[in-house]
Design a protein around this ligand. Structure first.
Ligand code: NAD
Length: 498
């Protein structure tokens, strides 16, 4: 059977690219080629932006409730199709089916939130700021916005972006990861079926050229980026130089602190789930466990719990750890494990070359645990983005906080304790975007916003929630005076008073 091609969505039509450059979309559990994805040509990139620009005036002027109704419909369509979405996602990305459902569901929550745009997009009003003068703000859409997304959440992260941007009256160009573009295309199809007018959402595919075209295009007003530090820093700089707003959510090395008074079983379960779930390919994965005081003695139990996880194809029932996204990622993770051994860390559990009977060609690495990890080691310095947990032992909470804050990244963190005082001190002093208290992966619900600190984020405002309303809108402040017939003409006033 011929291999299908992933289409571009331009001006409401799913079209075949005319490019000469194609990549395979590969099932990471089997190496089966699922489809071929085009790297859009410069003309196709321009056509997508032009379609978004043409669609903007009418969409901006579409009544707010009418825009919201499209997303009410979209949330229903996502619910109706969640099984197909999750299956496609597992097949092209590798994560387990249950985790793929979670990926779609966390994005669906943002679509639900987009439906309340009526109250989110309100401006402010102050009456009588001077005699007969009122001041108020309008939150107006920017125009064409763009999104560049990573491979690890092919449903949730596109859904962080285009629903909120579009419901606010913007039009959008999405460039999903070329490694798993099929799930975003299913979502784009549902958005068309939900009634998004043509040109409001466009989807292009590609790599560096497509990303640079987005950064440079004068008609794109704002870019949302989620991905690695290197690429995100490039997008932030290049997009900012071209005069755009850019928000860039970047890499991570998330530390979790375990106090000896915490509920040990719950804490160990949480650590093992957050370190190895999604094969560690989450920006909120716990990759460093900081064991405080007597919690140092937990290492054998952590190892024993990790050994019980099932490494297998994501579609198989009871799988805990699926494959890594591609062969290169597998080799990289294996070489980082080798570096950990060479640099003197203690390899408590070696997940290299696991036996996965039904998937001999999959990109599998099993749960791997190091103890005795030191800050100068490569496994500590680099974001491994695989199922590798580094354990560090310290004597006090102060040391745990200091070591966490000394790391260059500040995405998420967590503390496990039964002491309110310890938790409060931690939440106050820790420097990270998301803080969990007995919660291992504290990704905020969409009434709040995702955020990040230090090396994990560039730009001020984060994705979804209230912050993204500000990101995707321009505040206009109006100061108005209405003269009634009784007003006596005054003198010319050359001062700045009203
Ligand atoms: P990536 O940076 O390789 O890719 C992200 C996007 O940039 C993709 O669309 C890709 O096509 C494009 N891209 C890749 N190389 C490029 C280049 N040289 N020039 C221009 N564009 C390029 O990231 P990834 O591997 O897909 O995703 C994993 C990374 O994303 C991890 O670092 C992870 O921590 C991070 N991440 C962060 C968050 C967050 O919210 N902070 C969420 C998810 C993932």
């Amino acid at each position: 059977m011929p291999i299908s091609t992933v289409k571009l969505l331009i001006d409401g039509e799913f079209v075949e690219s005319r490019t000469n450059e194609w990549r395979d979309v590969v099932n990471p559990a089997t190496q089966e080629v699922l489809a071929r994805v085009p790297f859009a040509t410069a003309d196709e990139m321009s056509a997508a932006v032009a379609a978004a620009k043409r669609a903007f005036p009418a969409w901006r002027d579409t009544p707010i409730a009418q825009r919201a109704r499209v997303f009410l419909k979209l949330q229903q369509l996502i619910r109706d199709n969640i099984d197909e979405l999750a299956r496609t996602l597992t097949t092209e990305q590798g994560k387990t089916l249950a985790d793929a459902q979670g990926d779609v569901f966390r994005g669906l929550e943002v679509v639900e939130h987009a439906c309340s745009v009526g109250t989110l997009q309100l401006g402010e009003f102050a009456e009588n700021v001077a005699g007969g003068v009122d001041t108020y703000t309008l939150r107006q859409p920017l125009g064409v916005c763009a999104g560049i997304t990573p491979f690890n959440f092919p449903a949730m992260i596109p859904l962080w972006m285009f629903p909120m941007a579009c419901v606010l009256g913007n039009t959008f160009v999405l460039k999903p990861s070329e490694q798993d573009p099929m799930t975003p295309m299913l979502l784009a199809d549902l958005a068309q079926r939900a009634g998004l007018p043509k040109g409001v959402l466009n989807v292009v595919h590609g790599g560096p050229d497509a990303v640079n075209a987005i950064c440079d295009h004068p008609d794109i007003k704002a870019i949302s980026f989620v991905g690695s530090v290197g690429v995100g820093t490039h997008v932030y700089r290049r997009g900012s130089e071209a005069g755009k707003r850019v928000q860039a959510m970047l890499g991570a090395k998330n530390h979790a602190t375990f106090m000896p008074d915490s509920n040990k079983d719950q804490a160990i379960n949480a650590l093992v789930g957050a370190a190895f779930g999604a094969a560690g390919q989450r920006c909120m994965a716990i990759s460093v466990g900081v064991l405080v005081g007597e919690a140092k003695a937990w290492i054998p139990e952590i190892v024993s719990k990790a050994k019980q996880l099932s490494v297998n194809g994501g579609l198989e029932p009871h799988t805990d750890v699926g494959p890594l996204i591609n062969k290169r990622a597998k080799e990289r993770v294996e070489s980082l494990i080798a570096a950990g051994v060479a640099e003197g860390a203690t390899l408590e559990l070696d997940g290299r070359q696991p036996q996965v009977a039904r998937y001999p060609n999959g990109n599998f690495v099993g749960p791997t645990i190091f103890s005795g990890v030191k800050p100068e080691m490569t496994i500590y310095r680099e974001e491994i983005f695989g199922p590798v947990l580094c354990l560090i032992t310290v004597d006090t909470l102060d040391e745990a906080i200091a070591i966490t804050n000394a790391n260059p990244y500040g995405n998420g963190t967590a503390i496990f304790t039964q002491s309110g005082a310890a938790a409060r001190k931690f939440q106050n002093q820790i420097d990270a975007g998301q803080v969990g208290i007995n919660v291992p992966i504290p990704v905020p619900v969409p009434f709040f916003s995702f955020t990040g600190s230090r090396g994990s984020k560039l730009g001020d405002l984060g994705p979804y929630g209230k912050e993204v309303v500000r990101f995707y809108t321009q505040t206009k402040t109006v100061t108005a005076r209405w003269f009634d017939d009784e007003t006596v003409a005054g003198k010319v006033n050359t001062t700045i008073t009203l």
